[in-house]
Design a protein around this ligand. Sequence first.
Ligand code: B1M
Length: 213
Amino acid sequence: MSEILQQITTAVMQGKKDEIAQIAQQAIDEGSGAEDILYKGLMPGMDYVSVEFKAGRVFVPEVMRSARAMLNVMEVIKPLMVEKGISMVGKVLLGTVKGDLHDIGKNLVGMMCEGAGFEVRNLGINVEPEKFVEAVKEFEPDIVGMSALLTTTMRSMGDTVKALEEAGVRDRVQIMIGGAPVSQAFADKIGVAYAPDAAAAADKAKELIANSR
Ligand code: B1M
């Protein structure tokens, strides 16, 4: 791998969110393509962070910094990717469900999914089932991701699945849920996929895409 792409990988691993855009610009000036920067520079860095996070060797603040570094470069290379028609891995629609205002974990999930090459649309917090339905029709995501941090708002996840079914769009998407009170057993009960943390969510999203193609 070229030295400059290795520098990008290292900058993601170390969460150098300010320096990394400059390194990416240098890579572009030296002739690296957006695809190489994404797949050979950024992604190996985020994959490393994801493994370390799962193993408990790095924590939320470090992951946030690495994800921010990755997003700073994505802003630089996005126009080049659009120009060249390079497609992302898939589309993820994310939201914290109705009644719930917690968004730190959900945003982390969004960052990790972007780090894994997904185009992410984040609907924010307190998202009504109807809002998910509208966004599925308009954004046409591959995956709908829902987050809940309150035991009381887990119910909204089931309500959202039902709303998607009633609107006739449930079969167009894969659904993944997560959040501290959510479990695999609950996900099984409402017929969706589950991920326990942000790194696992990005892995699960990739797995869901691979299984659906
Ligand atoms: Co609230 N809160 N809170 N709170 N809050 C908790 C969740 C609570 C456990 C605290 C406690 O009592 N010990 C408790 C919930 C109890 C329960 O129902 N089980 C609680 C409560 C009760 C409340 C209020 C009701 C308090 C009140 O007003 N009386 C109120 C409710 C407001 C509402 O939502 N309607 C409330 C409000 C708030 C703040 C607004 C003050 C603030 C949120 C700010 C914000 O998010 N912008 C807040 C916070 C910060 C917390 C704690 C302290 C931290 C949550 C957090 O951000 N964790 C929390 C206690 C705690 O967890 N120690 C607590 C860090 C984050 C990275 O982890 O969100 O779990 P987490 O996300 C993880 C995984 O869960 C997973 O990946 C993430 C990263 O690895 N994950 C997904 C999350 N979403 C996923 C989606 C996926 C996959 C994985 O797929 C799509």
